[in-house]
Design a protein around this ligand. Structure first.
Ligand code: FNR
Length: 370
């Protein structure tokens, strides 16, 4: 269907399933074990309801914000997803260019299908980008990448901490056993798919499972970029990150692809903010330490819920990959859809700016923090 008939981000997923090579679909959509955490990522948002305010002048609404000090047109960023080329020949570059046109920040993956420089070169002058980092066993490789990224103007470092090894994604494994040869899809060459197979092995040999808290001072010593831990899942680790002077954490279960039965980011957010408030007297959002959430976010209402509960911004992974099947225009359409959903829902909620999104606007009482 033409892009004009795509009404929401779920539509992109339905179409991606039809048009993408089945091995690409399996790699993108699959998750750990029985995929319970992935389902929970969506379900958690369904447990939070709105408590709108009325009779506020909402003739103009504005959902622009800043993320790690960088302006963003919405409290949404593109989370890192490996191997973007499987969706489209221009892969990650579609995301970069669409992000540039819409004032959205892209988190560039360590395991991108284009080189880091190709992706940075595709950005507009002044366009903010972040780097997602898998810390290599060979710390020199990591040091070079980080310092090169900083030199190229990257504005934040998201260190993935939930992947000491890859989770077990059985739908993806089955596809590889089937070993089907491609029929059409020129953007999806046998070499591209081979990269997927290799990627799993590469990731496992590349990422250092020995990474631990004692490596954090080293990371802080090699860069001035703000450092955020991606994949924190408990208030205790969030406290640890805070105490070590990090810039924030992404509360995430990696799209359900790592530890099965990991809770959803939204659930963790409620827990983390409650503990910070009760034990430290710290509330969110604040400029010193930022909370991010990802996993299962498909609607502006999901984003609004997370922001109302204290998140600075929310990451989306799969939706932009699926939209990328349409190339850059698809990714731009996805951003436009979110933008339009924001405008309407902010109005209906009686919120004019991001600052108006406070916890009182949602009922999160079905989420129990421990
Ligand atoms: C990911 N994600 C991810 N995260 C990361 O830190 N490094 C990576 O290389 C990847 N690669 C990756 C590939 C694919 C195909 C997916 C779907 C996800 C996780 C990603 O950054 C994010 O946490 C989730 O995608 C968020 O969930 P949703 O938005 O996909 O539901």
């Amino acid at each position: 269907p033409p892009l004009s008939e795509i009404l929401n981000l779920h539509d992109f997923e339905a179409i991606a399933r039809l048009v993408m090579h089945e091995r690409t679909w399996a790699y993108y959509s699959s998750a750990a074990d029985d995929e319970i955490s992935t389902r929970e990522n969506h379900a958690a948002y369904h447990r939070v309801w709105f408590r709108p305010r009325v009779l506020r002048d909402v003739s103009t609404v504005d959902w622009s914000t800043t993320i790690l000090g960088q302006p963003s047109s919405m409290p949404v960023y593109i989370s890192a997803t490996a191997l973007g080329k499987l969706a489209h020949p221009d892969g990650e570059l579609n995301l970069t260019r669409a992000a540039g046109n819409h004032g959205v920040i892209q988190m560039v993956p360590t395991m991108a299908s284009f080189t880091f420089d190709e992706i940075v070169d595709a950005a507009k002058p002044g366009q903010a980008q972040f780097l997602q980092l898998y810390v290599n066993r060979d710390r020199n490789i990591t040091k070079k990448l980080v310092q090169h990224a900083e030199k190229r103007g990257v504005k934040g470092l998201f260190v993935t901490v939930d992947t000491p090894q890859l989770g077990r994604r059985e739908r993806d494994m089955r596809m590889r056993f089937a070993n089907q040869e491609p029929t059409e899809a020129p953007q999806n060459t046998p070499q591209d798919r081979e990269r997927v197979q290799k990627a799993a092995n590469v990731v496992n040999s590349f990422i250092d499972p020995a990474l631990n808290w004692n490596d954090i001072p080293w990371l802080q010593s090699i860069t001035k970029m703000p450092i955020v831990l991606k994949g924190v899942q408990s208030w205790a680790d969030a406290f640890e990150a805070y105490d070590r002077g990090l810039a924030g954490v992404v509360l995430s279960n990696h799209g359900g692809r790592q530890l099965e039965f990991a809770r959803s980011g939204l659930e963790m957010l409620v827990e983390v903010t409650q503990h910070f408030k009760q034990k430290r007297g710290i509330t969110f959002p604040n400029d010193k330490f930022q909370l991010f959430v990802d996993g299962g976010v498909r609607r502006a209402t999901d984003v609004i819920k997370a922001v109302a509960l204290g998140a600075t911004a929310v990451g989306l992974g799969r939706p932009f990959l699926y939209a990328s099947a349409y190339g850059q225009p698809g990714v731009e359409r996805a951003m436009q859809i979110l933008h339009d959903e924001f405008e309407m829902n902010m109005r209906l909620l009686g919120a004019r700016t991001i600052k108006d999104l406070v916890p009182e606007l949602v009922d999160a009482s079905s989420i129990h923090a421990h």
